[in-house]
Design a protein around this ligand. Structure first.
Ligand code: BG6
Length: 482
């Protein structure tokens, strides 16, 4: 037992995203890319599911059976938010991570004026978070850009997107800067590599060089982040604008130098390529070789690099769910699932029901790796286990969730002892919501069970799980009873 390790003001909490929770997809709101995500069918490969071609997009837009799109309905946070926020506050949350749906504020993304109905909704949500004694941590864009910005402008490869995003960001900064200190510009900005359509709105066959478009889109998101960071600091000096990545931690499968190099290459291209411009203010040295070898010719305007250099993010946020292994020769590796991409099996690790490998020590390793490299405050904004919970007589005995979180928090303690500066920890998720990757409901992450099934049926009743009381006690003791 190690006591008093977490700082007194450590931000304990949980996270959700608008597009997976709110529902009310067509109430004073435009269509978002998340509203086009159909429920995962196991017969369809991951590649197929993620691939959005023009033909597929046209078909999705024509689809009239709204029930095929679970994210349109979420868990009805739109109507239940007061109850949900109160339950999280009762757990002792210090911080509540949420996102603002771009399509509620600018339904098409390119309007002149914001939608007052949407702002009224977030006025109530953010007031409720603050009145319940929590800090809101707001993700400006979480996988739900307006579809109109895809069909009319071609997504983030178009530089105009920076202006639309900034207009949206400025409206919410202006409205909420007094209540919101902590911001994240984009959820998992390395989605430009792994979750292309939902992160950047790029349609695969819309150009001859899709990879070029992905990295151009990422460049535009880096610039948008730097400009947003600059803007929020005009509103409040102490604002904290973070950038966020899905952290893909990988180990060499063996000590063979070829495997070690492969692991290094994966860490670089999956993570650091996206973090460096936003924290160090410059692209890493190996970017040039990567661009050249992949026929990528970025259009970087005069002033872009200077802007990045002058506006590094105030902290680095990341999601951490699992780890993987890397080898030069993949023939003997067994594939398994993971966040945003498939990974390779590590014989020393167990996995979740969805095949994501559980690696608490990897979190300590990751925290140290990121802090050594960037020397900037870190924030774990997603960590948790997706599982099928059994709802028996109004109770959910989710010991596996407690075990997952407990072992990860134990390793966070070690990392803090190692000297890592960590601002907070928001689990994924605070309440059960629709899965991002598969749009399933049965893949649950929350402390609060929502009575809703994969067919969209259920009372929508909210029930605290066993983990709810465990986390409440943990926060009460500032992590010391773990
Ligand atoms: C992260 C996303 O990639 O992982 C979340 O930011 C998502 O939106 C979470 O829900 C867990 O992934 P999934 O696919 O299990 O919901």
């Amino acid at each position: 037992m190690k006591n008093n390790i977490f700082p007194k003001d450590f931000l304990w909490g949980g996270a959700i995203a608008a597009c997976q929770s709110e529902g009310s997809w067509n109430i004073n709101k435009g269509l978002s890319v998340a509203d086009l995500a159909i429920k995962y069918d196991k017969t369809v490969s991951r590649y197929e599911r993620k691939l959005v071609t023009q033909k597929k997009l046209d078909n999705l837009l024509k689809e009239t059976d709204t029930k095929k799109f679970p994210k349109r309905f979420g868990i009805d946070f739109y109507n239940y938010f007061e109850q949900d926020i109160k339950m999280c506050a009762d757990m002792g949350f210090k911080v509540f991570r949420l996102s603002i749906a771009w399509t509620r504020i600018f339904p098409n993304g390119d309007e002149m004026h914001p939608n007052e109905h949407g702002l009224n909704f977030y006025d109530k949500v953010i007031n409720s978070i603050v009145q319940n004694g929590m800090q809101p941590l707001v993700t400006i864009n979480h996988f739900d850009m307006p579809v109109n910005l895809v069909t009319k402008y071609g997504g983030w490869k178009n530089r105009k997107l920076i202006d639309f995003y900034l207009k949206f960001a400025e409206v919410i900064f202006n409205r909420y800067h007094k209540q919101v200190k902590y911001w994240i510009s984009f959820n998992e900005i390395n989605g430009a590599r792994f979750n292309v359509f939902y992160s950047t709105g790029l349609v695969k066959d819309s150009s001859d060089n899709h990879l070029q478009d992905c990295y151009q889109a990422a460049h535009h998101q880096f610039i948008a982040t730097a400009l947003a960071r600059k803007k929020i600091h005009e509103y409040r000096n102490d604002a904290m604008m973070g950038c966020m990545v899905a952290k893909f931690t990988t180990y060499p499968a063996t000590c063979k130098p070829e495997d070690v190099i492969e692991a290094q290459e994966n860490e670089r291209l999956d993570n650091f390529y996206f973090i460096d411009p936003l924290i160090r203010g410059k692209y890493p040295s190996y970017a040039k070789r990567f661009w050249k070898e992949n026929n990528i010719n970025l259009n970087i305007l005069k002033g872009d690099l200077q802007l990045l250099e002058q506006n590094p993010c105030d902290y680095l946020a990341f999601s951490y769910y699992m780890s993987s292994i890397s080898a030069a020769n993949k023939e003997n590796l067994e594939e398994t699932e993971g966040n945003l991409k498939s990974t390779f099996k590590n014989p020393h690790l167990k996995a979740s029901e969805w095949g994501w490998q559980i690696d608490p020590i990897g979190l300590r390793y990751t925290l140290n790796q990121l802090y050594d490299r960037y020397q900037t405050p870190l924030f774990i904004v997603e960590n948790g286990i997706g599982a099928e919970d059994d709802f028996v007589n109004g109770k959910i005995e989710d010991d596996y969730r407690i075990e997952y979180l407990k072992t990860h928090i134990e390793q966070i303690k070690e990392a803090i002892l190692d000297g890592v500066e960590l601002l907070g920890y928001t689990t994924w998720s605070s309440i059960d919501i629709i899965s991002s990757g598969t749009s399933e409901m049965r893949k649950r992450y929350g402390f609060i069970y929502v009575d809703l099934n994969d067919s969209g049926k259920g009372t929508l009743g909210r029930y605290p799980k066993k983990s709810y009381y465990w986390y409440k006690d943990l926060i009460l003791n500032n992590g010391d009873n773990n």
